[in-house]
Write a protein that binds this ligand. Sequence first.
Ligand SMILES: Nc1ncnc2c1ncn2[C@@H]1O[C@H](COP(=O)(O)OP(=O)(O)OP(=O)(O)O)[C@@H](O)[C@H]1O
Length: 312
Amino acid sequence: MKKKALYIINPASGIGRQKDMAKLIQNETDASRLDIEILFSKHPDHAFEISRQAAGNFDIVVAVGGDGTVNEVGRGLLNTETALGILPTGSGNGLARFLQMPFKVNKALDVINHGNIKSIDAIKINDYYSLNVAGIGFDAYISHQFAHKKKRGPLAYMQLISKEFPKYKSDHYKIEIDGELTELDAFLISFANSSQYGNNFHIAPQARIDDGLIDVCLIKDFPKYTAPALLISLVDQSIDKSKYDKIVKARKITINHPHPLLGHVDGEPVNLGKTVNIDIMPLALKVVVPPIHLRQTSNILQPLMEMIPLGM
Ligand SMILES: Nc1ncnc2c1ncn2[C@@H]1O[C@H](COP(=O)(O)OP(=O)(O)OP(=O)(O)O)[C@@H](O)[C@H]1O
């Protein structure tokens, strides 16, 4: 039977490939399998409003953008029968990379045509929902700083990190992980559903997205001169072997802090307040995943290659 798919394009995401996207989607859709509609998000959180209304009325709602758009669309589909599709055209796209989505537009559209579905976990963090990686500490601080910047894209992001990193001071946290209290000075603490932030930077190399568990990644305070080694270990998926890292798999986490915490949810800045409650939502979201012949394993050079316009 033919399925119904709604594409939601975020015109503000990514590195300028959005303008031709509607035409490409129309051209590459297999009309014998899918009836499609295409909409553009008009403002932040609009994709959430559209997808929540579409849940139940469409088989698939496709986020055309980065992790922010994927989060908005996915949130609207939690605990429904409608599946999230991803056409990865953002700057990071951690969830799409983890799911081995192809990044060439025609292949990604072929994944949607095929419509293979699997269920994945989601993470609830206070009143927010994360599908990929959420956290507090340095990465959260950077996401807040980045939100005020006019210049976008991975290069502007790297510039900001190199400016802020030398000044950044770790904080002291009391964190209860499945009932066990830990105290530490941490550079950052991540709550990972997938293994990576995006662009193949793997904060939780062993994370599985359907195991009903959150990978809590505690990056302890470390001497700044060890940063290059830690950065490399994010790329070669060995950060869990660093003496400055501890990863615990858990279902429930609580943090009580003396001052309000800045957080990020799938790369988007959020204010978490003094108390943070984090829970796993096992298999709460259906997602369209690539069949074996369309799976793409990627390396660190891939995001750079994607910036070079060698055709779609
Ligand atoms: N029409 C719009 N105008 C401006 N901003 C929008 C619009 N629609 C969505 N947004 C916002 O755009 C922001 C960026 O989107 P998204 O995260 O998808 O792209 P990205 O930052 O390029 O990718 P990634 O998160 O993978 O690095 C999100 O915060 C989203 O809320």
